[in-house]
Design a binder for this molecule. Structure first.
Ligand code: ZN
Ligand code: ZN
Length: 233
């Protein structure tokens, strides 16, 4: 499986950082910060974006020395940020004007201080285009139940920070690989269930580890109505 990327570098003191971005950033995805009100982050995306982002999580799993960056701020929001027809799911937050965020994946082993991200981002070079090869065998087997028991999450925790208008998710290779399915699965289920059942709300919920706020999560929701230029309204 091939994923077009841009590889950027930034030098900061004696450290050099490698930052990978999927190329191009899929147009129809928006990530919003609901922490002040709901204790959660909400991501709306179409099937193409869900697939592309799932692939990038697989690439993150294979790239322990790189940061994987999705520059998402300032994207067009769906025609309605709520599901359409009107959604009655409790997990579907009412959207007002919550701030948009970028997304950054990084390995715990890098020991990267989240507060450093703003400076690293400011110093990124123009980057060069590459194509990443991701073996199909990297995709977790859908038949196997995901090992999200407590002890597995203790060994492979997912932690979140917000800095410089970016949601930073810190994990390790097994975790990023498993969580890629949250996106890849939604890329096929979203459109299929929408057309089969007409049910508006198709989502996955990605919980953070050891967060004192129990509801803290990344809520990933399929959205097929966008005001971007690449759909017919
Ligand atoms: Zn939901
Ligand atoms: Zn909804």
């Amino acid at each position: 499986m091939r994923l077009p990327i841009t590889v950027h570098r930034a030098r900061l003191g004696k450290h050099s950082y490698r930052v990978i971005r999927p190329r191009p950033t899929p147009p129809n995805v928006v990530l919003r910060d609901f922490r002040n009100r709901e204790g959660e982050f909400d991501m709306r995306l179409d099937a193409r974006a869900a697939h592309r982002i799932g692939m990038a999580w697989l690439l993150a799993a294979r790239s322990p020395r790189s940061l994987v960056h999705f520059p998402l701020r300032g994207r067009p929001t769906p025609v309605t940020p709520q599901c359409c027809p009107r959604c009655i799911e409790w997990c579907c937050p009412l959207a007002t004007d919550e701030p948009q965020l970028d997304l950054l994946l990084l390995h715990r082993g890098l020991q990267f201080r989240p507060s450093r991200w703003k400076e690293v981002r400011a110093r990124l070079d123009d980057g060069r285009p590459e194509t990443a090869e991701i073996p199909a065998s990297d995709v977790p087997d859908e038949e196997n139940v995901l090992p999200f028991e407590e002890h597995w999450m203790d060994q492979n925790p997912l932690r979140q920070h917000v800095h410089a208008e970016t949601l930073l998710l810190t994990g390790n290779a097994p975790l990023f690989r498993e969580l890629s399915t949250w996106f890849l699965e939604l890329a096929t289920r979203g459109p299929r269930m929408r057309s089969l059942t007409g049910e508006a709300h198709q989502c996955n919920e990605l919980r953070f580890h050891e967060d004192p706020r129990e509801d803290s999560q990344l809520h990933i929701t399929y959205a097929d109505k966008w005001s971007g230029t690449d759909i017919e309204l």
